[in-house]
Design a protein around this ligand. Sequence first.
Ligand code: FAD
Length: 287
Amino acid sequence: MSLDSAYTPGTLALSFELFPPKTAEGEAALYGHVERLMTFKPRFVTCTYGAGGSTREKTLTIVEQVKRRFGVPVASHLTCVGSTVDELRRYLTDASARGIDNIVALRGDPPHGESAFTAVAGGLRYGNELVSLVRKDFPGFGIAVAGYPETHREAASPEADLLNLKRKVDAGANVVLTQLFYRNDDFFRFRDRCHAIGITIPIIPGILPVTNLSQVQRIASLCGATLPPDLIEDLSRRDDPESQFDAGVAFAIRQVQALIDAGVSGIHFYVLNKSQATAAVLGAVGA
Ligand code: FAD
């Protein structure tokens, strides 16, 4: 299934994001978690693309295997970091030959130790250029792009960031998957602003259920998401892992339920290669 038909009015389209495990044991365990998550009938499953293309082969292997084992449509993430257009074309040709349905088209972050993104000679500078490449030369792929409810950290302004998102949409993206966030109002404002500038494709909230405080503080600081003070306070008071997990999941249940009540057409879960938290949330909201 391509992404343009994944979101239909009146239904909740779920998607799950994985990352390439470092070891064979990690990969074997991952398929067990994906199998449990299949209970919730996701419309598609995605796998991230490591900085600088470091996981190129692994990313394709994971999505290919997930599709083969579970019969679910898949998306490979792809970034412009460290690749020429010819290399990006080779990756897309390979992904197409291996039956990958969709591409999450991204610019990517600057390589480790560098503060600014610089395109390689013969490479691309922005996500919209990658969307154009995919749409023009690989029209069979559905395309998802990244959106930022709290504004991308390098953007000149929230308005400029939104116009840049519109460039990706105008270049042919089918869906916007958002960066993770914990304050629904940020998402609702973002969605309204997207609609106001004529973005009409689905804008799907990205949710990372918190399972422990230090992990979420690290991730949130990497991607610029604000953690609500009451959540931090609640988690800080609990010193055993089980209790932190329960509090994080309870928060995610409230957050996801409020999104569903507000009529979102889908939710993209950053599952971090585990099923427990996402399954607990989806079980509780009756998805
Ligand atoms: P862009 O859309 O190119 O935006 C980058 C910055 O440039 C923004 O500030 C934007 O406002 C500005 N900009 C965009 N276009 C223009 C233009 N034409 N002119 C001037 N300025 C412009 N990273 C990975 O390395 N691997 C992954 O697998 C991965 N998956 C992700 C999945 C999701 C759902 C999300 C939300 C993020 C993901 N990321 C991933 C992180 C992402 O790569 C970073 O956030 C990156 O810094 C920006 O990528 P982008 O595609 O949004 O870039």
